[in-house]
Design a protein around this ligand. Structure first.
Ligand code: SME
Length: 152
């Protein structure tokens, strides 16, 4: 099971204090994208200061035009206000969806909490239809809990 092997690797990266937090987050994105065949874009968005919008902080995969996403817009913006995981098996079935690439078939967004407050999220795009399971949700919740521990 790749997630069991990935958990300690994610912890090792996040505990590498010689690297900046942004650098560590980028390395986690790269590790996940390279290891899980159906993870084709991985990124962390965070609340942009006092604004009601998300800002892309670190990612792996193709650059996106959507580095700012208003709360409520797209899958990411909906998670910013719902505080709940959003698993999208088929992006074509979503009305409130922001397309980043024509290749994307499915998406998962898991909120990131610090002291109970939803301050960001991890976002995965997949070129495979309906690839995500509860295992992905539990794993991405774990990643976000570990990221929360290193955010100041
Ligand atoms: N598809 C997302 C936008 C971000 S990209 O996937 C990188 C959404 O609907 O919020």
């Amino acid at each position: 099971m790749p997630f069991d092997k990935l958990r300690p690797q994610v912890e090792d990266i996040l505990n590498t204090k010689e690297l900046s937090v942004d650098h560590r987050l980028t390395q986690v994105c790269e590790l996940l994208m390279e290891t899980i065949p159906y993870y084709d874009w991985v990124g962390f968005y965070f609340k942009n200061g006092d604004k009601e919008e998300l800002k892309l902080r670190s990612f792996a995969g193709e650059p996106t035009d959507h580095d700012i996403i208003p709360f409520g817009k797209g899958i990411c913006g909906q998670v910013a206000v719902s505080n709940a995981n959003f698993v999208v098996p088929d992006v074509k079935a979503q009305n409130n969806y922001i397309a980043c690439s024509i290749h994307v078939k499915a998406e998962i967004v898991v909120p990131l909490f610090v002291n109970g407050e939803n301050i960001g999220q991890i976002d995965i795009d997949s070129h495979t239809a309906d690839p995500f399971s509860k295992e992905d949700e539990r794993f991405l919740e774990f990643v976000n809990e570990k990221v929360a521990e290193i955010l100041e």
